[in-house]
Design a binder for this molecule. Sequence first.
Ligand code: GLA
Length: 391
Amino acid sequence: MDEKQLQSEFLKAFGTGTEPVKAYFAPGRVNMIGEHTDYNGGHVFPCALTLGIYGAFRRRQDRQLRFYSLSYPQAGIITASLDRLINSEQGGWSNYPMGVIWTLDKKAGIQLPGGFDMLVYSHLPVGCGLSSSAALEVMTGLALSDLFGLHRSLKDIALDGQFCENHFINLNCGIMDQFISALGRKDNAMFLDTNTLDYEYAPLAMPDAKIIITNSNVKHSLASSAYNQRRQQCETALAQLQTVLPVKTLGDLDEDSFETHKKVITDPVCLRRARHAVYENRRTIKAFSLLKSGDIAGFGRLMNQSHVSLRDDYEVSCKELDYLAELAWMHPGVIGCRMTGGGFGGCTVAIVENEHVESFIAQLGAKYKGRFGIIAEFYIVEPGDGARAIM
Ligand code: GLA
């Protein structure tokens, strides 16, 4: 979809008007390693995709809000008002932009002077763990900042998106998805310390291999309540560790201090959750330095370990993702593979040597369909730039 098409779809949906139509884009993401560490004060290593969400906007003179998505045409034009910003079932996807407006007020004391019309188009598969909701929040945040002259920095916009998710949508997510969607960089992944929000880019160029996302096309229900529960279990474990150690987050621990003090964690489930958070953070730090030194094989081995830990200790994988990971591990030329994102369905990410890419896609696709009757989708990753205005 280019600017012209967006503009013409916008005019088709909302008609002509005097104010200019402006367009924005924010990408989805794939996380290479560092899963479920971002709300535990650990590190993550995601990259932005070239796939993402486009939006066209036009300011209104009144206080109305009108939303239309080319991905959900059956929902028609959803209307709302700046005077009644609530999260409702009928709101559907528009709860995200509504939540961003609500956040500006609640978090930064910014009230929009007027409403707007908004058209959205996603070429990111929605709800499959590639952060379509973060992309929607960030794209909206950037658009509102630009349209209304709010001067929000990209970092503010990312934090606003997370606030919206935590307090309006009620998913207690960390900062990874919004941060990389706002601040991604072409050809690079971002090593982000979620404790300090310090970050560093690292080139993800691998001349001999491709990064491949496999979408399992399954999404298990209860994912958001299970997500919030994982977070709580980590908090329980941390509170017990804090009785014997001066740490602020699980990300402050290394393997040795965890092993020495883990006995204070009374619940075995919380102990496993914390073990994942601590070890995964350490793996992410190691993986980043291996990548920088050119040790892709070492990086891949850590990806495999990450999957095992997410499967056994954190229990956020599922049979479909496990099967895709196991098939990948057995396939020639696969350097590493793991589930990526929140889990309970969604995608795996693999590094595959160039000459094996075709057989990887053909064989995993066929075997997966044979086992589950579901067609998996494959995307070859090109790390892209973060959110931006496009006209
Ligand atoms: C979701 C959340 C992120 C992060 C991942 C797991 O994508 O939005 O904040 O916690 O799950 O790593």
